[in-house]
Design a protein around this ligand. Sequence first.
Ligand SMILES: [Zn+2]
Length: 266
Amino acid sequence: MKYNILMQSSKLTSFILDKIMVLVLLWVCLAVLPGCSGTGQESASVPGNSIPSSLPGGADSSPYQADTQNPVVEDGITEVEVVEVIDGDTIKILLGGRVQKLRFIGVDSPELNHPARGEEPLASSARDFTRTRLAGQTIRLEFDVEKTDQYGRLLGYIWLGDELFNETLLKEGYAQVVTFPPNVKYTERFRSAQQIAIQNGHGLWSQENQANVDGKKTYVGSLQSNKYHFPDCKWAQQIAPERQIWFSSPSEAAAAGYEPCGTCSP
Ligand SMILES: [Zn+2]
């Protein structure tokens, strides 16, 4: 009799334990699954993943004051007038009745007023090239996934007929490829254009320009990312020694598929 009660009590315990297991599993599923759907949003917080900005909101002596507070964007491809060229990869356009600053997607030209290094090599040439091609022109503006950046600038692709001007800058060596997901529509096309510029020694990749940097400086990247840095960059210093990859020039880094860090602009 005592044995029988023990058996029944044991069956009851087993039954209750089964129910608890089912409840715990249900709770785990509900708690974990919603978190999985949000992972697509995290690319914006990757270290160094911010587009370098010359004059993001600083002094602007231009007669065309850009409105960066409430950017106006339009879907599809829009015809706009270029009212001013600021540097190789930044212009001001008239869109929606307002002057707005526009940063080209996927490319980075040398800066005229780098915070640490002043005017970078070829910055004036890049600006003059863009000015010659775009100033006063009507262009077609194509947006990608993100239409504005953290500085309130529009982000776009510049079309002149069939010519993608962002790509032209790369072919001429007046810019390097920089990729900022999710704006990656023409990334492969841009990398190919840059490879051609490197092979032909155009602009930034000319022997003369590379001679200024080759052998005097080194650059470091991480095996786990595609960015390269000056060794004193705060992001470079977080790369563990076993994950470091070193380059003797920007062209060597670019040929290996690396892009300049947005923080230290190597
Ligand atoms: Zn860096």
